[in-house]
Design a protein around this ligand. Structure first.
Ligand SMILES: Nc1ncnc2c1ncn2[C@@H]1O[C@H](COP(=O)(O)OP(=O)(O)OP(=O)(O)O)[C@@H](O)[C@H]1O
Length: 348
């Protein structure tokens, strides 16, 4: 079952002449976590607000759990859409304790039982009597999530859920939020401009630019086979090079040599293309076919991120980003031989 379906949804705000959301089609399967990912102003929050019912569409239709909630002749208000919302700043009520924040507006007979249940789920049973100012950022986020889940919503919408958390807590809360949503069996839509959040938490990522969906895929598809240059650049670091597809081989001829590439069979031979090579696909190898000079290195703990320069022989140089194993000793000016593995090479 589709928990969410958007068909040809568009929205232009009054007083503007460019659509914030432009003909978006999107289906989200029951139980999936999806992230709307894109730069500031691309239309992520507008999409979320249209689903929640805080904004009205200009055209197109929205269904939640297969029930139509918005089209040109039907409009279901936010409170009747079965949507749970987690806001960026968590929006907890400062004068209510954790228990009453979570149970706010929940009027059913089973209120006490349900609030206890979701507090258990988010691991806050012990802190039910605390007030928001007595909680850490991560605990406040759990309260916000528990409140959103309490009414067993059709979908949970989370607007930049990790942006107010510091780096360590952010990493921890990605896993925790994912666990909680999965255990609750909820369907969730997150909005984020952070590719690391998106890759870590999502079943699917929807990359948006200028109100238009650029790609909708699993984190692996998005990272390994970005649909275009924008997606390749926005989700992770990459090298984008011009090239020509080689006839009869899964290869692309680029300025510094022929490199293996898996997604060429559907492309005509000799066609001019752009190829995206992730830095992790460029491996140091004493017997490799290419040679470059190290310009710059950054030690990240997991890798040594390096910028190298390949001499193309005719007075021009091609710079490339590559990763070295963190054990390597790499100095600026070193000459390294390398090869390109096909794993993270894609025509875009
Ligand atoms: N209430 C509004 N009135 C007019 N224009 C708006 C309004 N809200 C958003 N916009 C415009 O619509 C476009 C999309 O905005 P939106 O907030 O959906 O983007 P976003 O991707 O969520 O950005 P951010 O990450 O900065 O929140 C932007 O150009 C924005 O300026």
């Amino acid at each position: 079952m589709n928990a969410i379906q958007l068909k040809s949804v568009s929205k232009t705000y009054l007083g503007t002449n460019k659509p914030a959301v432009n003909d978006i089609n999107l289906s989200v399967k029951q139980g999936d976590i999806i992230t709307l990912l894109g730069p500031s102003g691309c239309g992520k929050s507008t999409t979320l607000r249209l689903i929640a019912g805080f904004e009205r569409t200009d055209s197109g239709s929205i269904s939640l759990a297969e029930n139509l909630v918005s089209d040109k002749s039907k409009w279901v208000p936010p409170e009747n859409r079965g949507v749970g919302m987690v806001f960026q700043d968590f929006a907890l009520f400062p004068h209510l304790d954790v228990f009453n924040n979570v149970g706010f507006g929940y009027k059913s007979k089973d209120r006490t039982k349900r609030v206890k249940e979701v507090l258990e789920l988010v691991g806050l049973s012990e802190l039910a009597k605390r007030y928001p100012h007595e909680l850490s950022g991560g605990q406040q986020q759990r309260v916000a999530l528990a409140r959103a889940l309490a009414r067993r919503p059709v979908v949970v919408l989370l607007d930049e859920p990790f942006s107010s958390l510091d780096a360590d807590l952010r990493v921890q809360m990605r896993l925790e939020v994912k666990r909680i949503i999965k255990e609750a069996g909820a369907t969730a839509v997150l909005v984020s401009h952070d590719q690391k959040d998106a890759l870590a938490i999502s079943d699917r990522i929807v990359v948006i630019k200028d109100g238009v969906i650029q790609q909708n895929g699993t984190p692996r598809e998005i990272y390994q086979n970005p649909a275009n240059k924008f997606v390749a650049n926005f989700v992770g670091e990459t090298n984008i090079l011009k090239g020509v597809v080689v006839e009869g081989e899964a290869c692309v001829a680029t300025s510094f040599g022929t490199i293996p590439c898996r997604n060429t069979p559907n492309i005509k031979a000799k066609e001019q293309v752009y190829v995206s090579i992730r830095p992790g696909s460029i491996k140091k190898d004493e017997n490799g076919p290419f040679e470059g000079r190290v310009l710059d290195t950054i030690y990240t703990g997991q890798n040594i991120d390096a910028k190298i320069e390949v001499d193309l022989g005719n007075g021009t140089k091609q710079s490339l980003l590559m990763h070295f194993h963190p054990d390597e000793i790499v100095n600026d000016g070193d000459i390294v031989r390398f090869r390109v593995l096909p794993d993270f090479v894609a025509v875009v």
